[in-house]
Write a protein that binds this ligand. Structure first.
Ligand code: BGC
Length: 292
């Protein structure tokens, strides 16, 4: 399933689930924006390598983080990125935007860790007059797609499950390179509670839980998730993955290997940019009747 790309915008590995037609139509570069609880970050992504071109740009998340306030910051970030010499041409521009909630057809359907006013917000319409063709998705989905396609999951077929440990727990399922969106395993009932209320990085900190105990807790959570989904690989992301040496040695009982994210803080931006560009390229291929 590993193939060499044919144009410089094409990743050197073609996942089984992505058509050649779609890959050939990918632009070389796209923008990704990741809306988080404390910062909103954006970058220009080289879709051939999955690397950022130039520095990422970050603005503090406005408080309260209402949809209108966040929209202004997203607009500012896109403007800054487009002012750079390395920016993609406007006619070629796709932008992926991540939000920490369930997103279906551009509408946000959960607000567990964001301002409640996001519930039922039509994010696609809110962003419609910003530059480029904008696609929106869940934050963990963006990170999981980035990791699966360019990071710790590169070359892995079957199901790759990324779990992000932060204020909440995000999860992303990528199968043969294709994202299955909105898999909210952080909201599983786990040992009598919502999983993220117990096992997120924020919950560990609030409970002042030693790293070893945290590792054992994650071991139980991941083996539970494995029984339900049987992934080939688990990838652990989120800021706390920096401390993985302190807790991963206690995650011992999963059949699938458990590894830490490679793209670190940029996984979301990279995955968002790829998602937007691929969605657009595949929509165009279908429109032109050119799917292989
Ligand atoms: C949300 C997810 C999100 C995760 C990480 C959870 O509370 O339900 O949609 O991906 O937090 O931000």
């Amino acid at each position: 399933m590993t193939e060499t790309g044919t144009s410089s915008g094409t990743p050197s590995h073609r996942p089984a689930g992505i058509s050649r037609e779609t890959l050939n139509r990918l632009p070389h570069r796209a923008l990704g924006v990741d809306v988080g609880g404390t910062g909103i970050k954006g970058g220009i992504v080289d879709l051939g390598t999955g690397e950022l071109v130039g520095e990422r740009f970050r603005i503090e998340t406005p408080q309260p983080a209402t949809p209108d306030a966040v929209r202004e910051v997203i607009a500012e970030i896109i403007d800054e990125l487009l002012s750079r010499e390395e920016a993609p041409a406007q006619e070629d521009l796709t932008v992926g935007v991540l939000i920490p909630g369930v997103v279906v057809d551009g509408v946000v359907y959960s607000a567990a860790n964001i301002d409640p006013s996001w519930m039922n917000t039509d994010l696609d319409s809110l962003l419609a007059d910003l530059p480029g063709r904008i696609r929106t998705l869940n934050d963990a989905d963006g990170a999981g797609l980035g990791e699966a396609r360019y990071g710790a999951g590169f070359g892995q077929d079957g199901t790759v499950m990324t779990i992000t440990l932060g204020t909440g727990i995000g999860s992303a399922v990528v199968h043969d390179g294709v994202l299955v969106p909105n898999m909210e395993f952080g909201h599983l009932e786990f040992e009598g509670r919502v999983a993220e209320h117990r096992a997120s990085a924020a919950a560990r900190k609030a409970a002042d839980m030693p790293w070893e105990d945290y590792g054992r807790l994650l071991n139980r959570l991941l083996t539970h998730v494995e029984r339900l989904t049987a992934p080939r690989l688990f990838i652990i992301g989120g800021g706390v993955s920096k401390r993985s040496d302190d807790f991963l040695p206690f995650v011992t009982d999963t059949r699938a290997p458990v590894v830490t994210a490679k793209l670190r803080n940029n996984a979301g931006i990279v995955g968002a940019a790829l998602f937007a560009a691929e969605q657009e390229a595949s929509a165009r291929a279908i429109r032109d009747g050119a799917v292989d």
